[in-house]
Design a protein around this ligand. Structure first.
Ligand code: TMP
Length: 236
């Protein structure tokens, strides 16, 4: 599949059109941002790692009957994906308190929830991806009630699958962000990426952070953490 035209360049990825309107090519960059682009940097090798990790996890999900946009990895940094219209919602699932949850509600990190939580942010960089509820999403015409119900149920199913998968790798899946898209036929499928950029991973034994929080919080050994996660994932 050949790239024809650059369609969109985001903070971490570039999306290209191909000669077939049903497919796009995604290219993963080493660029890293945090706090809505306020903090900028590069994580050497991140694009290659996030490409591999995302594709591996999407294939695990496909085996569990979750439809994803994944088609084929075509190079270290590039993957062919189905052409979907991204639903402008960041869907965040949390199993353990951390990040903006701890900040917003004034609780320490590391509280293990009895039940996972779900929240939505409205995907708009100019607005700083504000938190919204389902009623806001309906009012903004972001998705229909049925679509939101479907997204919630797929997101919780993905959480069940990934939580037990990561447990076997001695990793606690603290929280993660998903994005969904609509195919040209109107089916809702998982899109975007699942990587150390978009998940919080803590080593189950040492509790070492193995994700982008090392970059966000200047914890050091950012590349090492990404590499460690890739190695654990591609072996399983
Ligand atoms: P948060 O605690 O900052 O709200 O982040 C929750 C999860 O979502 C965390 O795993 C990181 C991920 N995330 C993204 O993928 N993109 C973003 O822009 C933000 C803010 C968080």
């Amino acid at each position: 599949m050949n790239k024809t035209k650059k369609l969109y360049e985001g903070k971490a990825k570039i999306v290209y059109e191909t000669e077939n309107k049903n497919f796009l090519v995604v290219e993963y960059k080493d660029d890293a941002t945090a706090f809505n682009g306020e903090k900028k940097g590069k994580i050497k090798g991140k694009g290659v790692i996030n490409n591999k990790v995302t594709n591996h996890l999407m294939q695990i999900l496909e085996k569990e009957n979750i439809s994803t946009h994944f088609v084929e990895e075509i190079s270290e940094r590039e993957t062919v994906v189905k052409n979907v219209k991204i639903i402008p919602l960041e869907v965040i699932i949390r199993n353990i308190s951390a990040g903006s949850f701890s900040k917003r509600y004034g609780v320490k990190e590391g509280i293990v929830f009895d039940n996972p939580t779900i929240e939505f942010s409205y995907k708009d960089d100019n607005l700083g991806d504000p938190l919204i509820n389902e009623y806001h999403a309906l009012a903004l015409n972001v998705a229909s009630k049925d679509e939101i119900d479907k997204i919630k149920s797929i997101a919780f199913k993905i959480n069940d699958i990934l939580k037990s998968y990561f447990k076997k790798l001695d990793v606690d899946l603290v929280d993660f962000k998903l994005e969904f898209g609509k195919t040209l036929e109107g089916e809702i499928i998982l899109a975007d990426e699942i990587s150390p950029d978009t998940c919080r991973f803590w080593d189950s034994k040492t509790h070492k952070k193995l994700d982008k929080d090392r970059f966000r919080q200047d914890l050091g050994d950012v590349e090492g953490a990404y590499f460690e996660m890739m190695n654990r994932i591609i072996k399983n």
